[in-house]
Design a protein around this ligand. Structure first.
Ligand code: CA
Length: 154
């Protein structure tokens, strides 16, 4: 799955990119909303992670334009902890999910897996047998659709 990350916090963005790549995602980072829209225009991405606090264009405007470019492109928004209002606006504008900062990488990966399953990008990474499914890329196991808790090593 190809992920576009639009986030101006370089430390966070680079850390997320490494984590995503480690999990088998293809991940590109842009630091400005304008560059994000150009990347979305290219049509090369399956999912967008969009920080709402960007230096050049308001994140909500980026979201609105992104949905105009491709209505079906899943977008997960990142909001400040006190950004309840922005969260609601974002969901109203068509964001598929949101995470409030600070968040754990594990939670972000779990949200991405949910979106990935919804857009049907699981055909090559899921093995299913009698109610048990193994997500090879996401390193997780589901028993009748419910994620089972195992440590990474297990
Ligand atoms: Ca920001």
């Amino acid at each position: 799955m190809r992920v576009l990350l639009i986030e101006d916090d370089t430390y966070l963005a680079n850390g997320l990119r490494e984590s995503l790549r480690h999990e088998g995602y293809s991940a590109d980072v842009v630091f400005r909303g304008h560059d994000g829209l150009i990347a979305i225009h290219s049509g090369d991405f399956d999912i967008v992670i969009l920080d709402l606090g960007l230096p050049d264009i308001d994140g909500l405007s980026v979201l609105k334009k992104a949905k105009q470019i491709n209505q079906d492109l899943p977008i997960l928004i990142l909001t400040a902890r006190d950004g309840i209002e922005n969260k609601v606006k974002g969901l109203d504008l068509g964001a598929d999910d949101y995470l409030a900062k600070p968040f754990s990488i594990e939670e972000l990966l779990a949200r991405l897996r949910v979106i990935g399953r919804r857009i049907g990008n699981h055909s090559t990474s899921f093995i299913e047998h009698k109610g048990l499914s193994l997500d090879i890329k996401g390193h997780s196991i589901f028993i009748h659709g419910v994620e089972a808790n195992f440590s990474r090593r297990e």
